[in-house]
Design a protein around this ligand. Structure first.
Ligand SMILES: Nc1ncnc2c1ncn2[C@@H]1O[C@H](COP(=O)(O)OP(=O)(O)OP(=O)(O)O)[C@@H](O)[C@H]1O
Length: 257
């Protein structure tokens, strides 16, 4: 299946042994794909490949049909600019919430557009409109726009990191355990924001340890186990009628790693 972003027959090795082999995964506009699997199986590694942080050891990553690692540096940069991501170690910088979220808007644009957007966003966010304000409203933190990022709670900071990624209207959002360590209210707010992003036709791929979260918000679920994606399908099928017995065992907590 071809999507906005597609991993085809992808293998990733760090030393000699592959973390996973022959992985196929594609993300369509407006769908939420959850990646589940035991700790250390390679979920973050796969997301890093989809985020174009590094090339796979083998196989291809295509973005809108372009083979990203066979393309020119400038084509690759154009692809990267269309991706939004929230990784676990991604912290906010020591500035206002406004600066943090607007940074996301500016850094992804080519320079002439950045200058135009700078002026528009400045007046927009001062007037209570514009992409930064809109993204903050999605995570219900528009009132925090003038707060300093270092005054935020962990849950609020995570919501701001999400707003920063959403603000420049990416084609695909890549989220690595976006709600780990969050309380139920912040978890719910991030989940609602993910669903809003999908309504805006953004494709979302997220790693999660929370099976119930995958059930609540994913359209499709990929199970990463052993050395690859053993099963990928509609959420109901994966949880109610898995085709691979290892999927059932993993979901039922019967697999010990
Ligand atoms: N940069 C790296 N260099 C060497 N090994 C790495 C590197 N990154 C990850 N690994 C190894 O690759 C394997 C997969 O790690 P990864 O973080 O992708 O798993 P994960 O499924 O996301 O785990 P978790 O659920 O605990 O976050 C692990 O054995 C890890 O130690």
């Amino acid at each position: 299946m071809t999507g906005v972003i597609t991993a085809r027959d992808v293998t990733q090795c760090y030393d000699t042994d592959p973390v996973f082999e022959g992985v196929d995964l594609s993300v369509q506009s407006g769908e939420v794909v959850a990646l589940i699997g035991p700790s250390g199986v390679g979920k973050t590694s796969l997301l890093r490949l989809l985020a174009l942080f590094e090339p796979p050891s083998d196989g291809t990553i295509t973005y809108d049909g372009v083979d990203v690692w066979a393309a020119s540096e400038s084509q690759r940069l154009t692809c990267r600019r269309r991706l939004g991501m929230v990784f676990q170690d991604q912290s906010l910088f020591d500035a206002s919430v406004r600066r943090n979220v607007e940074y996301g808007v500016h850094v992804r644009k080519p320079w002439p557009e950045r200058l135009r957007r700078n002026v528009a966003d400045f007046f927009g966010s001062k007037n209570g409109t514009g992409p930064a304000v809109d993204a903050l409203a999605v995570v219900e933190l528009e009132d925090a726009i003038d707060r300093s990022a270092d005054s935020l709670s962990g849950g609020e900071a995570q919501r701001i990191a999400f707003a920063r990624a959403l603000a420049y209207e990416p084609d695909v959002l890549i989220l690595d355990e976006p709600t780990s360590d969050l309380d139920p209210r912040n978890t719910d707010l991030i989940e609602q924001a993910v669903l809003e992003a999908s309504r805006r036709d953004i494709g979302i791929v997220m790693a999660t340890h929370d099976m119930n979260q995958a059930k609540r918000i994913a359209d499709r679920v990929g199970v990463l186990l052993d050395d690859g994606i053993i099963e990928l399908g509609p959420t109901d099928q994966i949880f109610e009628h898995p085709r691979d017995d290892r999927t059932r065992q993993f979901i039922d907590g019967e697999l010990i790693y």
